[in-house]
Design a protein around this ligand. Structure first.
Ligand SMILES: Cc1cc2nc3c(=O)[nH]c(=O)nc-3n(C[C@H](O)[C@H](O)[C@H](O)COP(=O)(O)OP(=O)(O)OC[C@H]3O[C@@H](n4cnc5c(N)ncnc54)[C@H](O)[C@@H]3O)c2cc1C
Length: 373
């Protein structure tokens, strides 16, 4: 029933507007309360905060249906809100903070962003340079953040910063997470970034200039933020894998439909062995990606250690999506290069899957470490 509800929403309330949102470079803010009302924005959160109290496999259904909506930007924007930003509050925030913010997050009245990456680097999270110092009842933050999804339009930002506490603030040990309201004095959206793909999702560079954050907005303990970022990365990377598999499946459906009706040399493209084999290869790849993702999802759902498997999901599905995108465009010929065909957008959007949320190279480093190499 939940899958049918998300699919119906995607068909009726997303599909007709994708071009408009892509051109505007953002998803209208009015869509968030609508998704909140449909129960999409707090799937796993406790009912006392306005969530649905469901499990990760229900989240997986949401990811799959938004992933196949042909609007990868929306899937990503929702994923950032529900699975990358707000989990920092749900899993490490104080009861007071949860009561204050979670109901509005679930209703889609307050939109979330996660701000970890900086202009100087994203892969090396322990090298974060944004600084936080305690001053009376506030923390004062200075620094900047780069490539922040929902960054232009969000209301709440989950910000990673380095606490200035002396020797103990070195590398990963010094990082803490803060919940920052957009209205905080010293908070600036420096610019809206112009992107290759995911164009309906807004992406920002942020600056914090002596930005004051109430001390109670520290999430979890001082100096434990790195571990929280790494923990929630597992969820983010699984969600990314689910999006990639579903988007590939839709692109494959689009490509098969095209290849059936397009004729060349007296017959449909699906009659040519080379094309048939490309389609068979892609279907096999996507099926492998799906089951790798499902296996890791089941471990994650059971709260079992799955860092290696989830990193494999992120690596495999990201690379897979780019292979599928290349071949889907190729099978469409010249039409595949035209904006009016969904595979053209898919090919631009898919390029992010090997970069965002941890690059393929970093996934290989994690897998190698897990293999004790
Ligand atoms: C559209 C978009 C949305 C994003 N949304 C968010 C967001 O909401 N919040 C957020 O915090 N971040 C976000 N990011 C940032 C994203 O997570 C980073 O871009 C990513 O982690 C890579 O960091 P980087 O771009 O600084 O590249 P770098 O870390 O500078 O890496 C550059 C290249 O070097 C490689 N490399 C780096 N270290 C190694 C190594 N040890 N061995 C081998 N190769 C290495 C990388 O794999 C990459 O190919 C987003 C990025 C994009 C493009």
């Amino acid at each position: 029933m939940f899958r049918a509800a998300v699919r119906s929403f995607a068909d009726k309330e997303v599909a007709p507007h994708i071009e408009e949102w892509e051109a505007a470079g953002q998803i209208p803010k009015s869509l968030w309360p609508r998704m909140g009302a449909l129960g999409f924005l707090g799937v796993e959160y406790d009912e006392k905060y306005g969530g649905a109290g469901a499990d990760f496999l229900t989240t997986a259904v949401l990811c799959e249906e938004l992933g196949r909506s042909r609007c990868a930007s929306l899937a990503m924007a929702v994923g950032v809100h529900t699975d990358m930003g707000s989990p920092h509050l749900y899993y490490t925030g104080s009861e007071t903070l949860k009561e204050k913010y979670l109901p509005a997050i679930c209703r889609g009245e307050k939109l979330c962003a996660i701000a970890v990456t900086e202009p100087g680097g994203g892969s090396d999270v322990a090298a974060i340079r944004t600084r936080a110092r305690r001053e009376g009842n506030d923390y004062v933050l200075n620094g900047s953040k780069m490539f922040i999804t929902n960054g232009v339009t969000a209301d709440l930002y989950f910000v990673a910063a380095r606490l200035e506490t002396g020797e103990a603030d070195k590398r990963h040990r010094g990082i803490s997470m803060f919940l920052v309201e957009r209205e905080s004095p010293g908070f600036v959206v420096s610019r809206k970034l112009d992107k290759m793909g995911m164009r309906a999702s807004d992406t920002a560079e942020l600056a914090f200039q002596d930005m004051r954050v109430p001390a109670e907005n520290l999430l979890g303990q001082e100096g434990k933020g790195f571990y929280e970022v790494m923990r929630i990365f597992q969820r983010e990377r699984l969600v990314g894998g689910l999006h990639a598999v579903a988007a590939c499946e839709r692109a494959l459906e689009d490509t098969i439909a095209y290849a059936r009706q397009r004729t060349a040399f007296g017959g449909p493209l699906t009659g040519k062995q080379v094309i048939r084999h490309k389609l068979a290869d892609m279907a096999t790849l996507v099926e492998a990606g799906r089951w790798l993702t499902y296996a890791a999802s089941l471990k994650f759902q059971a709260r079992e250690e799955a860092v290696k498997e989830i990193s494999m999901v992120k690596l495999f599905t990201g690379e897979m999506a780019n292979r599928v995108a290349y071949e889907c465009v190729q099978i469409h010929g010249g039409y595949g290069y035209m904006r009016e065909y969904p595979v053209e957008r898919f090919a631009r959007d898919a390029r992010l899957y090997t970069i965002g949320g941890g690059t393929s190279e970093i996934m290989k480093e994690i897998i190698a470490k897990e293999m004790e190499l």
